[in-house]
Design a protein around this ligand. Sequence first.
Ligand SMILES: *[C@@H]1O[C@H](CO)[C@@H](O)[C@H](O)[C@H]1NC(C)=O
Ligand SMILES: *[C@@H]1O[C@H](CO)[C@@H](O)[C@H](O)[C@H]1NC(C)=O
Ligand SMILES: *[C@@H]1O[C@H](CO)[C@@H](O)[C@H](O)[C@H]1NC(C)=O
Length: 328
Amino acid sequence: MCHEEIEHRKLAAGGRNAVEAGRTAICLVGAARRFELTGPSIVRNVLAQYPQADLFLSPMGIQGLLQYFNLVQGCMDLIKSHESRENFTYDWIVRTRVDGFWAGPLEPSSFIPNTYVIPEGSRHGGLNDSLGIGKRDISAMALSRLSTPDNLVAAGYSGLNSETAFLTQMKLGQVSTQEHSFQFCIMSDRRYSFPPSQYTTPVASLDIHGPLNGAKCRPCRDPYVGQEADEIWAKLDTNRGWVEWRNGALGLCNATSEWEKDWGEVFDVMVGPIAAAERKRVAAMSVEECVSDLGVFMGKTAQWKSPDPVHICQLGLAKRTIVQSISS
Ligand SMILES: *[C@@H]1O[C@H](CO)[C@@H](O)[C@H](O)[C@H]1NC(C)=O
Ligand SMILES: *[C@@H]1O[C@H](CO)[C@@H](O)[C@H](O)[C@H]1NC(C)=O
Ligand SMILES: *[C@@H]1O[C@H](CO)[C@@H](O)[C@H](O)[C@H]1NC(C)=O
């Protein structure tokens, strides 16, 4: 049995404790859309599961692929500068998106040495990395890829989407990837044509029966479900790798319009009492309470590369829906 195999067995046996025995960096990237919904779910299902882990936050507005790669690289830079200041290296790096809504915990079985673990599906002809978990060296390889516009252009990849570029990079680096099921989806405000054609993005209903694996989602009244939904999923490009839609497991939203006016009620029914209570608490929050909440979040954060909490709270509570923070 090779060293990695032994290590993985130990992890599986020791579960959370074994992951905790190493040092873990959790890196949250992306635009904080609907953070009042996603934030509490991330705290509960990711951060609180690994209380010893350090948090790195690098949110900003994402505009296009180049900014996306800079963002990914940005988090690795934050981690490296923290490591060199503190003179140690992390064992594990978890990277996920601020706009992810987590319906269940991030399980320790997804921490596997020697491979980069990503969600099933949404491949867009490559690999989707809306979440990635790996040992430090492997994560560093995954996160520092093609990180500047110059590199991208020099490598001749300007025509690729983020997933195919990622896949190419992982192949070049001879890093293996493994797909796992994860109970999170990317909360989306965008409108999409419906029913989706072969190559347009489907928006899953938040009414989660199976793992959404980082699919786009929103709360919607009367989602398409059962056979009706299956027929639509079946017409989508198989490269998207939707493995869990069969037998009515995944509902679909007609996302041609904005979120419904009473989306809050729909959300509460779909996500269960804990997440519903969290939503209501945030919705009723004053700026002072928000700042104090974010203060707790900042306390966990090794590097805060975002606007200050007062600004985030004023923005978020004034608009109630979108906290779009542009980092300097
Ligand atoms: C950093 O850590 C290494 C190994 O633990 C040690 O040998 C070295 O002296 C440390 N450097 C500083 C500047 O503390
Ligand atoms: C992965 O899939 C999600 C959901 O379809 C999408 O929002 C995201 O842009 C994809 N790509 C990456 C690199 O996260
Ligand atoms: C989707 O919703 C729009 C209005 O929001 C409606 O006009 C359209 O008929 C709906 N499409 C389907 C296929 O349900």
